[in-house]
Design a protein around this ligand. Structure first.
Ligand code: ADP
Ligand code: MP5
Length: 273
């Protein structure tokens, strides 16, 4: 008699870069999936040498390696949702798009990692164009930060009204199902506010600004939490609203490690002060 207990769990896939410092990228995504009781699978696109002070080296994975990781996960295990993070260059973006299409990956959250919260461009212009033209149209939910939303909408974003206009423009121009313009790169209390638009409802997702320098991994955590909630069967808006709350808890329990920007604390109920 087989006495082993087995259980069906939702499965999510992250297609993103590795952060050696453990604060962002694949590492943040897998912790976020685990917190949500979603089995996490991964396809690593590049490996960064990174800590709380910054990135010192990035190595791209071969496109065949990325292809095979996605294939291995989808053909055997299957996923209910996925997210993309740092895709680095045009070749990687094209490879990922092809795999998403081949395996008809559902509930795709695209974090269009192009510009850091401080405004530094992370991928070249060719890659920006490929991201906009081929990956973003496949997104169920797109999560640009302030600077990414500026590039994608062609609008300057300085106020809450600008964030709303950008969300509506991106939705209309890029044909995503829903867009969440993130406020982390804004000034003052706007840093805690995101704008949601799904073609019908324009919503302001408000959370208190958390006064901490330890914000490493917020964007990755948010998109991974949306994917986890979608894998569990939540509606699009509920998935985003709950993910935003999760990021706030994690920010309130950020880890004071390293000499620079520490990471958010993903397992806050377990963290003892
Ligand atoms: N200091 C903060 N207080 C509260 N929420 C924040 C703070 N910084 C970032 N966030 C939230 O973290 C999430 C990620 O946003 P952002 O930092 O803009 O993304 P990215 O990391 O991609 O640049 C958003 O929901 C944003 O509102
Ligand atoms: C490998 C990798 N992917 C993504 C980010 C962005 O991190 P954040 O969530 O802080 O915007 C990062 N720093 N490193």
């Amino acid at each position: 008699m087989n006495t082993t207990k087995t259980s069906k769990v939702p499965v999510a896939l992250t297609i993103a870069g590795s952060d050696s410092g453990g604060g962002a990228g694949i590492q943040a995504d897998l912790r976020t999936f685990a917190f949500h009781c979603v089995h996490g699978t991964s396809a690593i696109t590049c490996v960064t040498a990174q800590n709380t002070l910054g990135v010192t080296r990035v190595d791209a994975m071969a496109k065949e390696a990325i292809e095979q990781q996605i294939k291995a996960v989808c053909e055997d295990i299957g996923v209910q949702a996925a997210k993309t993070g740092m895709l680095l260059n045009q070749e990687i973006i094209t490879t990922v798009v092809k795999q998403i299409d081949t395996h008809a990956i559902p509930n795709l959250v695209v974090d269009p990692v192009m510009v850091s919260r401080t405004g530094a461009q992370l991928i070249d212009d060719e890659a920006v164009k490929t991201l906009r033209d081929s990956l973003i149209p496949l997104a169920t939910v797109l999560t640009p930060n302030r600077y990414e939303a500026q590039i994608l909408s062609g609008l300057e974003i300085k106020s809450l009204d600008d964030m709303k206009a950008a969300a509506q423009t991106i939705h209309e121009k890029l044909k995503v199902k829903a867009v969440l313009v993130k406020g982390g790169g804004m000034q003052g209390s706007l840093r805690g506010i995101d704008i949601w638009f799904d073609g019908k409802n324009l919503e302001t997702l408000f959370t208190q600004l958390v006064a901490t320098k330890n914000t490493h991994g917020t964007g990755c955590t948010l998109s991974a939490a949306i994917a986890a909630n979608l894998a569990r069967g939540d509606s699009l808006f509920k998935a985003a609203r709950q993910a935003k709350e999760y990021v706030s808890y994690a920010l309130n329990n950020a880890l004071d490690i390293g000499k620079g920007q520490g990471p958010v604390g993903h397992f806050f109920p377990l963290l003892k002060k």
